[in-house]
Design a protein. Sequence first.
Length: 461
Amino acid sequence: MEKIKQTLEAANIKLSWRERFSYGAADVYGTLFGNFLSTFILYYYTDILGISAAVAANIFLVCNLVDAFTAISAGPIADKVRTKWGTYRPFCLFGAIPQAIALVLCFTKIQAGEGTKVIWAMATYLLVNVCYAFINTAYSTLCSAMTTNVNERGVLNVFKIGGSATGSLVVSLLALPLVAAIGAGNEARGYQGAAAVMGILSAVMLLIAFFGTKERVVVEKTEKVKVIDSFKMVLKNKPCILMIFLLMFIAWTFNFRFAVVMYYCKYYLGDAGLLTGFNSLVSLVGIPAIIPIPGLYKKLGKKNTMVLVAILTILNGIVFLLAHQNYYMVAFGFILFGVTLNASFSVVWGMIPDTIEYGEWKTGVRAPGAVVSACAFARKIAIAVATWSVGQALSLIHYSAELEVQTAATNTGIYYLNAVPLIIGGILMLIVILPYNLTQEKFESILKEIDARKASSGSLG
């Protein structure tokens, strides 16, 4: 099997601010790319490309299910890469340009019949998600290769979510103004141009991450680990399984709302322009929302911090239910959404790396790529279900892109679609986090036992 060469540098080094910011830059890419796609692609398909909501929902379902299997293979593939730049960093370098091209193609309107448009949409959406799967899986695993120090991992995760909040703010402030400025009345051209800008910015962020980080945890090949053995380790890893389901429910909850929020602002609130301001609130509270998290870890522990976030998510849905068209209460709902969005992903990604060492301790196999791939698979399934659900729900409430003003019944349906999933998602988060029992004390004990095993076998370099 593969044995890890954990140098003193990896265990004890305090990472520089430059390296922390460089690591966070990759999540600026992830949010620029991911938020732009998830917020506007359904609207682009229905209102610009002219595909019905039900057909668009099926495109998302099929493509995300296919992509889920791509994502689950990305980790083991990444784990096998050996270059002079490391194992995971090269994906940031060589993926920078392809992801930008893929994003532009995804928002390129072709003049063709509906059948050809559907095929084009499926092909480009699948391409953009394959690019994202490999880059994001490698980047998400990079943390475990930069350091094994649990505190430094926590700090890196704060920078990761800080990068995410920054990317979200850029999308919120620039996306629709770019569409208007570049399109000059032509939405199709506007969205294509905005996608090009987001793609270029994403590429720059990935290059910053590549040049500014260093992999210190070196895995020496002594015996080939089969992919199936890596995933057997995941199945025997109870904390990891719980984190997979937690990530799945978090991804379903927030991707559902991302897909519906454009319709909520344009039709229920009556002004699509409100999306820029309200989403800016979501982004602006992102960094303040994650600053207290390291302190909450120390005071409450990671599990109880996640419980608190789940409760806030439920309350967020209730706020939107009570808000109706009261803009002050709606604004408060968006602010609370920004807190729960950023805090939930910060906490879950702060917990996932700990399950890698648990799996190594439990099974003797260290397979960070398999863990991240399993999480990516779950996330893709959640996105597939979320986007499909929104499309089907819009069809059920008789949404029509041809209408400037939707019927009262349709608007009521959009109002509930904006709020109820947050309540359901928060409850599901609570259900899976309560059985989690990998405490800080237990994790530190596991690390000591792993080091003792390596010392006794002479594998500690």
